[in-house]
Ligand binder design. Structure first.
Ligand code: SF4
Length: 176
C-alpha cells in the first residue's frame, strides 16, 4: 500500500499544474522552451546531467518533507517524463521515436533502482487514434484532490480495467 501523503502537498502540486496552460504542461519537466528538438538535444547528452541533478535535488527535498520514499518519487518522475515524451510523439506523429527516447533518456540518467519506462499498446484501434500509452508504476495522488476523479491509467486497476479506460480515453481524444 502506498503511504499517505499530505492533502496540502497534493493540493499544492495540483495548483501548480492548474496554473499551466495545456500548451505549457507538456514542457513542465523539460523547460519552458522544450520542443521535440530540445528533447533530442537532451538525448544527445546536452542536458541529461542537469536533468538528473535537478531530479536528485527535487526528489531529495520532497522525500524528506512528504515522507515518501525516493524510489516512488523516481517512479513518478519516470512516468511523467515518459508521458510528456509520448504526448510530444503523438503531437508530431512520432510515437515510436518518443518511446525509444523515453527508454534511452531514463537509461542515460543512470540512477540505481530507477525503473525503465513501460508502455501499454492498445490493439485494433481505428487508424490515427493514439495507441501507445504509459504503463504507470506510480501514483500522482490527483484523485485525492477534491473534485478530481481517478486516473484512467491508475496502476491500482486490473490490466483489463486499465486497458478499457485507456481505450476510452484514446477514442475520445484525451492526451494523458
Ligand atoms: S487514481 Fe491516480 S491518484 Fe488515485 S491512486 Fe490511482 S494513480 Fe493514484
Amino acid at each position: 500500500m502506498m503511504p499517505a501523503a499530505s492533502p496540502a502537498a497534493a493540493t499544492t502540486l495540483h495548483t501548480i499544474l492548474d496554473r499551466l496552460s495545456d500548451a505549457e504542461r507538456p514542457f513542465f519537466l523539460l523547460g519552458e522552451d522544450a520542443s521535440p528538438v530540445n528533447a533530442e538535444a537532451i538525448m544527445d547528452g546536452d542536458g541529461v546531467e542537469e536533468l538528473g541533478a535537478t531530479l536528485d535535488a527535487v526528489i531529495g527535498v520532497l522525500a524528506s518533507r512528504l515522507g515518501r520514499g525516493e524510489r516512488r518519487l523516481w517512479a513518478l518522475a519516470v512516468d511523467s517524463l515518459t508521458n510528456r515524451l509520448l504526448w510530444l510523439g503523438a503531437a508530431t506523429g512520432q510515437l515510436g521515436r518518443a518511446q525509444a527516447m523515453a527508454v534511452d533518456l531514463v537509461a542515460a540518467l543512470d540512477r540505481p533502482g530507477v525503473p525503465a519506462p513501460r508502455f501499454t499498446t492498445l490493439r485494433d484501434l481505428p487508424e490515427g487514434v493514439r495507441d501507445v500509452w504509459v504503463r504507470r508504476g506510480s501514483c500522482c495522488l490527483v484523485s485525492r484532490v477534491p473534485g478530481h476523479g481517478s486516473c484512467a491509467d491508475c496502476p491500482r486497476q486490473t490490466p483489463a480495467e486499465r486497458e478499457a479506460r485507456l481505450r476510452e480515453r484514446a477514442l475520445t481524444g484525451g492526451d494523458h
